[in-house]
Ligand binder design. Structure first.
Ligand code: HEM
Ligand SMILES: N[C@@H](CC(=O)c1ccccc1NC=O)C(=O)O
Length: 270
C-alpha cells in the first residue's frame, strides 16, 4: 500500500505535458497571484474587515469583466452580429446573478462586527465605485452629476467616466440593429418598431430575443440594487452613509430605475 504512484499526480516534473514546449509560466505567475494576494490591507484589527475588502475586490473584478463583455455585445449589435451579442449577454446575466448571490456572503457579518471597523472606512463608500458608474453609463443611465460628486477620483477615472458619457450605449446599439432591418427608430416611431418586432416574431425573433436579453440585464441590475439596500438596512438601519448620502432612503430612490424604459412601456401596449 502507498508504493504505487498516483496516476492523477504528475510524478516527474521533467515530463513534458500538453503545450509545455518552451513553457515558462507557473500558475501563480500566470495569474499574478503575488500581486493580487498582497492587495488586501485592512485599516483595523477587526476580524471581518478581510471579508469586507475581499468581497468588494471580487465585485470590482466582475465589474471589469462585465464592462468588457457589454462593450463587446454593444459592438456586436452595431456590426449586425446579433448571435454574438446574445452569446455575450448569456454570460453577463450569469455573472450578474453571481453578484446578487454574493451578498449572502457579506451578510454572514453581523452589524456589531461591521461597527468595529466602519468608522475607519469613512468617507469612502461604494458611491465612489467608478466601474459601477461606468456600467450604468454604458447601459444608458447617464447622469453626469455623479462626476461632480466623486471625491478623490483620479484623472484617469474621471477620463474613463467622461468617455462613457460620450460613448454610444447598449440602447444606441439596439436601435442601430433595428434600423439595419429596415425598422424606423426616431423618437416618434420607436414604439411602433418595437411592437412590430413583438408581433411578428417569425420575421424578427432574433431582435425580439435580443430585446429580452437587454431587459434581463436591466432586471438583474434592479435586483442587485434591491438586494444591496436590504443588506444596508440590515447592517446600518436608518444611519446615514459614509459617502454622505441619507443611506437607505437614497438607495431606495434608485431601485426603480430602468436602463431601457421603452422595453418596459412596451408591455402595456401588447
Ligand atoms: C456592509 C455592507 C454595505 C453597506 C452598509 C453599504 C452601504 C451603502 C450606502 C449607505 C450607500 C450610499 C452611499 C453612502 O452614502 O455611503 C452605498 C452605496 C453603494 N454601495 Fe454599498 N454598502 C455595502 C456593501 C456594498 C457592496 C458589497 C458593494 C459592491 C460593490 C457596494 C456597492 C455600492 C455602490 C455601487 C453604491 C452606489 C450606489 C448608487 O449610487 O446607486 N456596497 N452603500
Ligand atoms: N457606505 C457604507 C460603507 C461601505 O459599505 C463601503 C465603504 C467603503 C467602500 C465600499 C463600501 N461599500 C458600499 O458602499 C456605510 O455607510 O456603512
Amino acid at each position: 500500500m502507498g508504493s504505487k504512484p498516483d496516476a492523477a499526480i504528475p510524478s516527474d516534473p521533467s515530463d513534458r505535458r500538453f503545450g509545455e514546449e518552451g513553457g515558462r509560466l507557473s500558475y501563480g505567475e500566470y495569474l499574478s497571484l503575488p500581486g493580487l494576494l498582497s492587495q488586501q490591507r485592512p485599516q483595523s484589527e477587526a476580524p471581518d474587515e478581510l471579508l469586507f475588502i475581499t468581497i468588494h475586490q471580487v465585485y470590482e473584478l466582475w465589474f471589469k469583466l462585465l464592462l468588457h463583455e457589454l462593450e463587446s455585445a454593444r459592438d456586436a449589435m452595431f456590426a449586425g452580429e446579433l448571435w454574438r451579442a446574445r452569446h455575450l449577454f448569456r454570460r453577463v446575466h450569469t455573472v450578474e446573478r453571481v453578484l446578487i448571490e454574493q451578498v449572502d456572503v457579506l451578510e454572514t457579518m453581523t452589524p456589531q462586527d461591521f461597527l468595529e471597523f466602519r468608522a475607519k472606512l469613512a468617507p469612502a463608500s461604494g458611491f465612489q465605485s467608478v466601474q459601477f458608474r461606468e456600467l450604468e453609463f454604458l447601459s444608458g443611465l447617464k447622469d453626469h452629476r455623479y462626476l461632480g460628486r466623486l471625491r478623490d477620483a483620479t484623472d484617469d477615472e474621471l477620463a474613463r467616466l467622461r468617455r462613457r458619457l460620450d460613448e454610444p450605449t447598449l440602447w444606441d446599439a439596439y436601435l442601430t440593429a433595428l434600423s439595419q432591418r429596415g425598422l424606423p427608430v426616431s423618437d416618434d416611431e420607436i414604439m411602433g418598431s418595437l411592437l412590430s418586432v413583438a408581433r411578428d416574431r417569425r420575421s424578427y425573433d432574433d431582435l425580439w430575443q435580443l430585446a429580452e436579453d437587454l431587459l434581463t440585464h436591466d432586471e438583474t441590475a434592479a435586483q442587485w440594487r434591491t438586494r444591496h439596500v436590504r443588506m444596508v438596512e440590515r447592517q446600518i438601519g436608518t444611519k446615514s452613509g459614509t459617502g454622505g448620502s441619507t443611506g437607505a432612503p437614497y438607495l431606495h430612490g434608485r431601485t426603480g430605475l430602468h436602463y431601457f424604459p421603452q422595453l418596459w412601456e412596451l408591455r402595456a401596449c401588447l
